[in-house]
Ligand binder design. Structure first.
Ligand code: VGL
Ligand code: ZN
Length: 200
């Protein structure tokens, strides 16, 4: 088994004080840096939205942040404006060891569709290219950590499992948004999909 580490969205806007700050988000950075040393490949994902992105509540008249809308590809949460391309909020946390990364994959750059997963946009079919990258380098397993457990980490884990990778999530090195029970729901789905949830 050859595993790659995928570090999901450890960006300023997902850390406390950021536009979509996740409680304790900054507390996982040192542990993730240490974990990087155990892997033959380290991939970072970076949420990277244009200003007119359709997942931003303020791009929809009268829509409240955290409300839901129907998009052509399914239901979508409307988020506070976050991770706008080129802003400080979209930058990686200052302490993250980005020099260790072999690959940085950006996602959510298409205005009309969101992309939680590192592998597919939210239509679950438009690929990011990460599957090909990992397979062509000979990786057949992934370990995931980062932000947020119940959105971008979980979507990435479910897609990786669907693609046939061996998948583990370091729950101790991930932090959740937990919107209306989303953490419990996604833990259930990951468990059912055969994703190993590691709490150590
Ligand atoms: C994320 C909501 C919107 C995440 C990204 O990284 O989990 N969540 N964009
Ligand atoms: Zn986003």
């Amino acid at each position: 088994m050859t595993d790659a580490l995928i570090v999901v969205d450890v960006q300023n806007d997902f850390c406390p004080g950021g536009a979509l700050g996740v409680a304790g988000g900054n507390g996982i950075v040192a542990g993730i840096n240490a974990l990087m040393q155990d892997f033959g490949a380290v991939v970072l994902t970076q949420d990277w939205h244009p200003v007119n992105h359709s997942s931003f509540a303020d791009n929809h008249p009268d829509a409240a942040p955290y409300s839901m809308i129907d998009m052509p590809y399914g239901r979508q949460v409307l988020w506070p404006r976050h991770c706008v391309q080129g802003t400080d909020g979209a930058a990686f946390h200052d302490d993250l060891n980005i020099n260790r990364a072999d690959m940085i994959i950006r996602k959510g750059f298409c205005a009309s569709i969101d992309s939680y997963s590192a592998f597919f946009e939210n239509d679950r079919t438009t690929p990011t290219g990460l599957e090909g990258y990992l397979r062509s380098r000979g990786f057949d397993g992934v370990v995931l950590a980062g932000l947020a457990t119940d959105f971008c980490v979980a979507y990435s884990a479910l897609d990786a499992a669907r693609l046939g990778f061996d998948v583990s999530v370091r729950m101790d090195l991930s932090r959740a948004i937990d919107l209306d029970g989303s953490l419990a729901a996604m833990v259930g789905r990951m468990d059912a999909a055969g994703v190993r949830l590691i709490y150590r």
